[in-house]
Design a protein around this ligand. Structure first.
Ligand code: AMP
Length: 277
């Protein structure tokens, strides 16, 4: 096959967020390959592997509508052939945030993505910022293991009211759909308060979450864009994960810490001599 191959890895149950990934993929190369594989090794023993939604007919229809030329739907035996059980060690970042709540999750994610990269041999792969820690880790894996795959991120696609699209949203029943909105509202409240610094951003986000007692918060965290410690000023990331009944929801946004209301970072106004000192 000549030309650049762009891989869009998914676990199926495709929604409008996946559709945007496919559309963005078209602009990044010549051939778009969508993979659909519900990867067992990224689910913990008490997680939702068995009930994870599977909608092959509508997935196929969406891929056809989007003109996807190559759909890769391996089964678990093809992906996990008998062998020596070699896996990707996900490194220290994988112990935090999602990794702290879901031990082993990122080793499973990176292992399957490494396998997909090996099987499909893409030049480019695209992932959603919705799973922000996953995106950061896959980018780092491609770089640190010299895989040569250019990893792109796509901003999170949301419902009109702000809820981040997710295959798991279909689990939300009754008034849970409304309660789930507190996640995006908390992130926006934090974003709006971020000019006042990290504590102000966290406080604002926390008070939105506290207004919904049905939400059990796994974490609300402010980091730098690479998920290291948050800076005092400048670009940062605000991330949240919560459980609502038996459904787990995650979301995140970019924030700018310590900027004055006109959007100018006060650090950049300092004279050069002060900055050097
Ligand atoms: P999944 O099928 O949930 O494993 O997701 C497959 C890809 O779609 C991952 O790169 C996700 O980050 C991405 N994705 C899922 N939901 C969204 C969304 N709402 N906006 C953008 N990308 C998304």
């Amino acid at each position: 096959m000549t030309g650049r191959v762009v891989l869009v890895p998914t676990m199926g149950a495709l929604h409008a967020g996946h559709r945007e990934l496919i559309r963005a993929a078209r602009g990044l190369g010549d051939h778009v390959v969508v993979s659909i594989f519900v990867n067992p090794t990224q689910f913990g023993p008490t997680e939702d592997l068995d009930r994870y939604p599977r909608t092959p007919q509508t997935d196929l229809a969406m891929c056809a509508e989007e003109g996807v030329g190559l759909l890769f739907m391996p089964d678990a035996e093809q992906v996990y052939r008998p062998g020596l059980g070699i896996r990707v060690e996900a490194g220290e970042l994988a112990a935090h945030l999602e990794g702290a709540v879901r031990p082993g999750h990122f080793s499973g994610v990176l292992t399957v993505v490494a396998k997909l990269f090996g099987m499909v041999a893409p030049h480019v792969a695209i992932f959603g910022e919705k799973d922000y820690q996953q995106l950061v880790l896959i980018r780092a894996m491609s770089r640190e293991l010299a895989m040569g795959v250019d990893v792109h991120g796509l901003p999170t696609v949301r419902e009109a009211d702000g809820l981040a699209l997710s295959s798991r949203n279909r689990y939300l029943v009754g008034d849970q759909r409304g309660v789930a909105l507190a996640l995006s509202q908390a992130l926006w409240a934090g974003q709006a308060a971020a000019s006042g610094g990290a504590d102000a951003a966290i406080r604002a986000a926390r008070s939105e979450l506290d207004a919904e007692p049905d939400l059990e918060i796994d974490y609300l965290a402010l980091t730098d864009p690479e998920l290291g410690p948050a800076p005092e000023t400048g670009p940062a990331r605000l991330l949240v994960a919560a459980r609502l009944g038996s459904t787990r929801l995650i979301d995140n946004v970019a924030v700018r810490l310590g900027s004055s209301p006109d959007g100018v970072n006060p650090m950049s106004r300092r004279p050069a001599s002060v900055r050097r000192g």
